[in-house]
Ligand binder design. Structure first.
Ligand SMILES: [Zn+2]
Length: 63
């Protein structure tokens, strides 16, 4: 857990603004573990496992 970084609970994306650009909601958590950066979701096994379809920085676990 790091202060200042928040993660969308819906899709686990790290969000800097007030609204998640993926789902348009403000359902954020500051309790997260792990970090993965997805550059090409179509070529990433991790992205498939996590069901990530857009590139970005994601957490592996979010409370
Ligand atoms: Zn979201």
């Amino acid at each position: 857990m790091r202060y200042g970084e928040k993660v969308c609970r819906n899709d686990k994306l790290f969000v800097k603004g007030d609204v998640c650009p993926l789902c348009g909601e403000s359902n954020f958590s500051h309790s997260w573990k792990g970090m993965v950066i997805i550059n090409d979701p179509n070529e990433s096994e991790i992205a498939k496992v996590l069901k990530i379809t857009k590139k970005g920085k994601y957490s592996l676990w979010t409370k």
